[in-house]
Structures are given as C-alpha cells and as structure tokens.
Design a binder for this molecule. Structure first.
Ligand SMILES: Nc1ncnc2c1ncn2[C@@H]1O[C@H](COP(=O)(O)OP(=O)(O)OP(=O)(O)O)[C@@H](O)[C@H]1O
Length: 627
C-alpha cells in the first residue's frame, strides 16, 4: 500500500552475522562503485567465492600475488545476495592483471608496488576501516530507517485502521443516506399529506368559525330558553300545586261519582221495577185501536170516538125497518181499549205510547207488538210507516230508541249487542226477508227450540247490528224482498205475516248483571173474511191459512190469560215463532187498525171484536230475563 521503500521483513529478521553480510552486499556494491567506478566487475565477483571464509581469508593472507586480496574482505558468502557470476570463474591471470592495474583503495593514491604487500594490506585495512565506519553509519541509518519504517508501518496500520473505520463510516453513511432518501420520499409524502391536511384544517377552521357563530346564536337562544324555562318552571310548580289540589278534588269527586253511580244504578233498578209495575198495572197485554183517516180526511159517521177519553170507540149501524112501519133502528157497538187513536193521530203520538214498552225490552223483558186489521186498514203504515221523518212507523222509531237508550246505559256500565232478523210467514211457510242470495237457492226454514228454551229458525239470517242505519238498511232490504214476491204474486204482502225481531243482549260487567230479551214487531196478514163460496183455489188456501193463524193467535192469548196448562203454540207457525214473546215473560201490545169506510163496517166490527177479546186477557206477571 505504502509506496515508501520498505525492505523485506524476511531480510531484516535474519541472523546478525548473515544479516550484516547480506546488508553489506548492496553497500559494498555502492562503495565499490564509489571507490572504483572503472574497476572491472571481476574484482567484486571474488567476494562471492564459494569457498569457506577461513579458506578465503587464508587465501587472502597467503596468496596476495594472485590478486585475491579484495576477496578476503567479504566475510561470508551470501546465497541470496551474491551469486558467483561468470566473472568469478574467470582465469586468475586476468584477475591478477586487473588487480595490479587498480590503485589500492581506489583513492587514486600512489600505486603500491607489487611487492608492497604490507602497504597494500594497510591500504586494504584502511579501506576496511572506512568501509566499517561507513557500514556503521549505514547501519545506524538503516536502524533509523527501520525505526522510521516501523513508525511508518504503525502509522500505516493506524491509517489502514482509520481507513477501515472511515470505510465503515462511509458504508454507514451510505446506509444512512439510503435511509435518508427513503425518509426524503416519506417527507415528500408527508408534505403532500400535510398540504391536504392544511387545506382540511383551513376548511375546518372556516366551519369552526361558522359553528362558533352558530354556537353564539344558540347560546343566546339558550339563555332566552333558560329564562323561559325558569319562568315555566315556576309556572309548573304553581300548576303542580294546583294539580295536586285538583287531583285531591278529582279523587273525592270520583268517590262521589262512584257513590252516585251506585245511587244511579239503584235508581235505575228502581226505575225498572216501577216501570214494570206500571206496565203490569197497564196490563201485560194491551190493545190500542187506530182508525185510519178517510182518503179526503176526517172520520166516517159510523165510527165515533168518545170525546171524554181516548179509550173507547163506538161503531154505529143504522138498520132500516124491514116493514117500513117503524123508524130505522141504530145499533151501537161499544169497545174499550187501552188507547184509541183517531185518524188525526200522528206517528209520534202512537210511538210515545209504545216507547215505554220498548224501554222494557232494554230492561230485559220480551216485548211483542202486533198490527192486526183488515187489508188497507193501516197496519204497515203503523209498523213501518214511510221514509219521511214524521211518517216513520213503530219499527224505525223503536230501533232508534233502543240504540239511543243502549248508548245512554253504557255510562252505567252496560254493553249491548243487537241481532236482527226479518221473516215472512205465508201459507204457513217461512221466508227469510234478509236473504241476499239467488232466488233459486233460497233455503227452507224450520222453527226449532234450543236447549235453553229459546226459539230459532234454521237457515235464517241473524245479522248483528251496531247502528240504527244498519237496521234501517235491513228493513229496506226486507221491503224489497216483499215487493219482489208481491210482483210475482198479486197482493201477497196483505196475505202474509211479517215478523221483525231484534234480539237484545246486555251485559253490565262491573255489576255482573246480564239481560236478554227480544223485541218482536209483527205486521199481520189482512184479517178480512171472505165468503167460502167466493174464495177458490190459492186464494181460499191463503185465507184458510190466515184465518187459522189469526184464530190460533187468539186461542193462544186466551189460553195464556186463562193460565191453561197447555198453550197450543204449535198450532200455527206464527204462534210457534212468537211463543216466547207471548208467554208469561213478555209484554204484548196489539194494534187493531180499522178502516173508516162504511163498506168496511163488518170487517171493522170483526177486528174490534177480536181485539176486544185479546184486551180482556190478563197475561201472568212478566218477569225480566235477568241473570
Ligand atoms: N194513519 C194513517 N194516516 C195516513 N195514511 C194512512 C194511515 N194509515 C194508512 N194509511 C194509508 O192507507 C194505505 C193503506 O195502508 P197500509 O198499506 O198500511 O194498510 P195495510 O193494513 O198494511 O194493508 P195490507 O194488509 O194490504 O198490507 C196506505 O196508502 C197508507 O199510506
């Protein structure tokens, strides 16, 4: 590495004797050159003679003539430094010749005579001494050089170490540089991210400013709200105090209401009891007579209503004297009923009298209302009426009253359910007037008695109704069904009974009371009698059926009045269907409708007689179907 002239370590570390001789070789060469530059090479080659040193020395001592003196200077041959050259093997004669020509010591001093060996030796010794001095100084120089070489080597080693450490540092720096380049990229990336973040930050700062503004306004609002809140809190505290007072009042009022409800319930029970007593006193079967007005208004002469009361009616018939000798005689027929309504009586007046019975139906009593009379006497008008308010009949008014009363009773804990049915009995056959299916698929009906002794009709429509309008819709449907039948068969409605039934079920869960009743509203077939000779075929059959069922109705009522053990309900479909409405547990009202026309006198008389018979009956005391 170092370019300094360094001697081989091998050479430096050889033994001192050989070392000296070896190191001397170049020196000797130098010196020879200095002393005798023109001396032939052969003189030097003598030094490298292979003879042993002793022999060489001897040769130098004892054969000076052959010019071997110079060879004796070399102490020992050096294998590595001096090799015998061709010159060393040159003939002795030429050597001698050359040696004689050379000045001793090479100094240019006077040439010794060949015989002056002593002088020559002395020259040689002088030279040797010179050489030794030089050798010594060279040696010292060499030592100094060695020291400096060692120092240089140490320095070199240090420098090498330093170089190594520098290299390591460089590689470390390079590694760090690489890392730093990565870091630089990261820094760039971070920088771009930083830019993005700064943008975001500036956006956020703007938003923050907006939010701060908002916050300020909201804080102001909050302050306002807080003020309002504190005001409202104080109001609330006041209200709470008031509420507490009110709650106390309410609870005391509730107690009072409960007491009053109890009182009301007791009152209601008492009302029912008294109502029933009144109805009983009036009679569980009552008969009202209603006279239809003449077409031009007014009343016909043969019908007279008592001015004093509204309970009696008189039919007067004047009979001409058969002989013509005596004056015409007038025969009067007096009838008394629970109430007689003249031709001017309105539908409302009629209903007012019935409404008490309708109330009884809600109280749990079976109620049955008939309209009896000849065709055209006003039965349907009385029961159904017309569609205009004032002319509405008993059925729609009763339905209205029942729903209204049912709603009222809700406040006393009553819940009512109503089920409606409408059936026609024609020639002892039942027909569903609420049937909505195909005429060809009309089912047949049978009257059955259930285990609870309740009467029901098979395949009949029993429709749950919740409103008055719903019932009115059913009545309209029944009318339509009847008119369809009427078209097919002239005047059929006059020759059939129509029975509207509303089953009423009431539950007072709070007091654990239930009641169940049926309101029956019946428009009977025309009661007119026809002479057997005039009735033929279908008409005769119709009349037979009507008369049979009407007379059976009379028989049943009479049997009930007489408290007979057997009541022949099964004798006709009508009485069988209405048996629960006619029995001891019911209240019955019969309208006897009469026509005012003089030519209806006979039929009117018959109707009044039938009604009078019914009116004479006192059916056993009714009892409410309460459980
Ligand atoms: N009180 C009355 N006031 C005014 N018009 C009446 C009254 N009663 C009946 N009418 C009228 O007389 C006619 C016959 O009455 P309605 O049809 O009610 O008799 P009906 O006894 O039901 O006959 P049918 O047995 O044939 O059904 C009808 O036009 C009806 O409007």
């Amino acid at each position: 590495m170092s370019r300094l002239p360094v001697m081989s370590t091998k050479r430096v570390l050889t033994s001192s004797s050989s070392e000296n001789s070896q190191e001397m070789a170049p020196m000797q060469k130098k010196m020879r050159k200095e002393q005798d530059p023109h001396k032939p090479q052969a003189a030097a080659t003598i030094i490298g003679d292979k003879r042993p040193p002793a022999a060489a020395a001897r040769a130098s001592l004892y054969r000076p003539v052959r010019g071997a003196g110079a060879a004796t200077v070399a102490a020992a041959p050096s294998r590595g430094v001096l090799r015998p050259t061709a010159a060393s093997t040159a003939p002795k004669a030429s050597n001698t010749k050359n040696a004689a020509a050379t000045k001793p010591g090479g100094t240019g001093a006077t040439r010794r005579q060949p015989w002056d060996l002593k002088g020559k030796v002395s020259d040689m010794e002088g030279k040797i001494r010179t050489y030794q001095t030089k050798f010594k100084s060279v040696n010292e120089e060499n030592e100094a050089l060695k020291g400096s070489v060692a120092q240089s080597q140490t320095k070199v080693a240090e420098l090498e170490r330093e170089v190594q450490s520098q290299k390591r540092k460089i590689s470390e720096y390079e590694g760090e540089l690489k890392k730093l380049s990565g870091v630089e990229k990261e820094l760039e990336k971070e920088q771009s991210e930083k830019n993005v973040l700064q943008k975001e930050l500036s956006n956020l700062e703007q938003k923050y400013k907006v939010i701060e503004t908002l916050r300020d306004s909201q804080e102001t609002e909050l302050q306002t709200l807080k003020m309002k809140l504190s005001a409202q809190e104080s109001t609330l505290a006041r209200l709470q105090a008031t509420l507490k007072e009110t709650e106390e009042e309410v609870s005391s009022l509730k107690e009072m209401v409960a007491e009053q409800k109890d009182e009301l319930h007791a009152g209601e029970m008492e009302r029912r009891r008294l109502h029933n007593t009144i109805q009983e006193l009036k009679g569980n079967i009552r008969v009202f007579c209603r006279v239809r007005p003449l077409e031009d208004g007014g009343l016909s002469k043969h019908i007279q209503l008592a001015a004093s009361d509204n309970k009696s009616i008189m039919l007067a018939k004047s009979e001409e004297s058969h002989t013509g000798k005596s004056a015409d005689t007038q025969k009067n027929y007096h009838f008394s009923f629970d109430r007689v309504f003249g031709p001017q009586s309105s539908q409302q007046e009629i209903f007012d009298e019935i409404s008490l019975l309708v109330q009884s139906a809600l109280d749990g009593y079976n109620v049955c209302c008939f309209a009896y009379g000849q065709t055209g006497s006003g039965k349907t008008y009385t029961m159904e009426g017309e569609e205009i308010d004032d002319t509405r009949g008993v059925i729609p008014r009763a339905v209205q009253q029942i729903f209204k009363a049912g709603d009222k009773l809700q406040s006393q804990g009553w819940e009512f359910t109503f089920t409606a049915s409408f059936v026609e009995i024609y020639n002892e056959t039942l027909r569903d007037l609420l049937y909505k299916g195909k005429a060809s698929k009309r089912p047949e009906h049978e009257i059955r008695k259930t285990a609870n002794n309740e009467v029901s009709v098979t395949n009949l429509t029993y429709e749950k109704v919740y409103t008055e309008d719903q019932v009115l819709g059913l009545i309209a449907l029944a009318k339509q069904n009847r008119s369809t039948a009427m078209t097919a068969q002239n005047d059929r409605s006059s020759r059939s009974h129509s029975v509207f039934q509303l089953q009423i079920e009431g539950v007072n869960a709070g007091r654990d009371i239930k009641c169940k009743s049926t309101l029956c509203l019946v428009d009977l077939a025309g009661s007119e009698r026809m002479l057997k000779s005039q009735s033929q075929g279908e008409r005769f059959k119709e009349m037979t059926c009507i008369n049979s069922s009407l007379s059976n109705l009379g028989i049943v009522i009479t049997s009930l009045a007489n408290k007979e053990s057997h009541i022949p309900y099964r004798n006709s479909k009508l009485t069988y269907l209405l048996q629960n409405c006619l029995g001891g547990n019911s209240k019955t009202l019969m309208f006897v409708n009469i026509s005012p026309e003089p030519d209806s006198f006979g039929e009117t008389l018959n109707s009044l007689r039938f009604a009078s018979k019914v009116n004479d009956c006192v059916i056993g005391t009714a009892s409410s179907n309460k459980k």
